[in-house]
Design a protein around this ligand. Structure first.
Ligand code: PEP
Length: 252
């Protein structure tokens, strides 16, 4: 058994206005405030961060953002900086989610700049990597993961990355109801951990948390968490309802 504290993170994507976000956060707090041995994070939309941050203050549920601008401040209309996130009480930032890569054409070079900005601000980055169905069918899964890790973490040293979280999210399993088999997920997580070891050394590889994402729900979380290199989950759809998400959090 590994000694890494599991992290269960909820990505609310572009759902919930302020009122709904507050209600969900309050309910989740009631349902999960006693959980001690699992780290918990929720990432509402930018517009709800401040309100949800106030509800979560001093609790065991940490606040995350779904994206970030790598610039500190300036004339960047529509963008959000790390200091803005900190002022809302954020601790985590999701970077390079496949929806941003695919729909908004985010490239590894910009993801690398975002990770840099997040680390420099003291926030914790959650770097998302994962292959599409076509890439898996072509036998390119490891090649894609290797490239995303290599470019996303270019020019960092191991000490920069001590809080980094990686989320392995096979794109074909996100929001589709299709989950990678435990063996498929474990194989990719092991590859990612070995890649971290090759790039940054054994110590970081042993401590870094690698989350699985892709249609995680109460019915499959326990099995997923049994895999030796899986340290938690990034949950989309099943994080929107507080009761369902609390069941994922209380998987043990
Ligand atoms: C996600 O948004 O990162 C995700 C994994 O979504 P879902 O759980 O809905 O597949």
């Amino acid at each position: 058994m590994n000694k890494r504290t599991p992290l269960i993170a909820g990505n609310w994507k572009m759902y919930k206005g302020c009122r709904q976000a507050v209600e969900t956060a309050k309910t989740l707090l009631e349902l999960a405030s006693e959980v001690k041995d699992v780290d918990i994070m929720i990432a509402p939309s930018f517009t709800s961060l401040y309100l949800v941050g106030n509800i979560l203050k001093n609790s065991n549920i940490k606040l995350g953002a779904q994206n970030i601008c790598y610039q500190k401040e300036g004339a960047f209309t529509g963008e959000i900086s790390t200091s803005m996130l900190l002022s809302c009480g954020c601790r985590y930032v999701i970077v390079g989610h496949s929806e941003r890569r695919e729909i908004f054409k985010e490239i590894d070079e910009n993801i690398n700049k975002k990770i840099n900005a997040v680390i420099n601000s003291g926030l914790i980055p959650v770097l998302c990597v994962g292959e599409t169905e076509d890439q898996r069918d072509a036998g390119d899964t490891f090649k894609i993961l290797d490239k995303q890790m290599e470019l996303g973490l270019k020019d960092f040293f191991a000490e920069d990355l001590k809080n980094l979280v990686i989320a392995y999210e096979p794109v074909w399993a996100i929001g589709t109801g299709k989950t990678a088999t435990d063996e498929q997920a474990q194989e990719s997580h092991k590859f990612i951990r070995e890649k971290i070891e090759a790039q940054f050394g054994k110590s970081l590889a042993e401590t870094i948390r690698i989350l699985y994402g892709g249609s995680v729900k109460p019915a499959n979380i326990k099995q997923i968490m049994n895999m030796p290199d899986i340290d938690g989950a990034l949950v989309g759809g099943a994080s929107l309802d507080a009761t369902t998400f609390s069941e994922v959090i209380k998987y043990k």
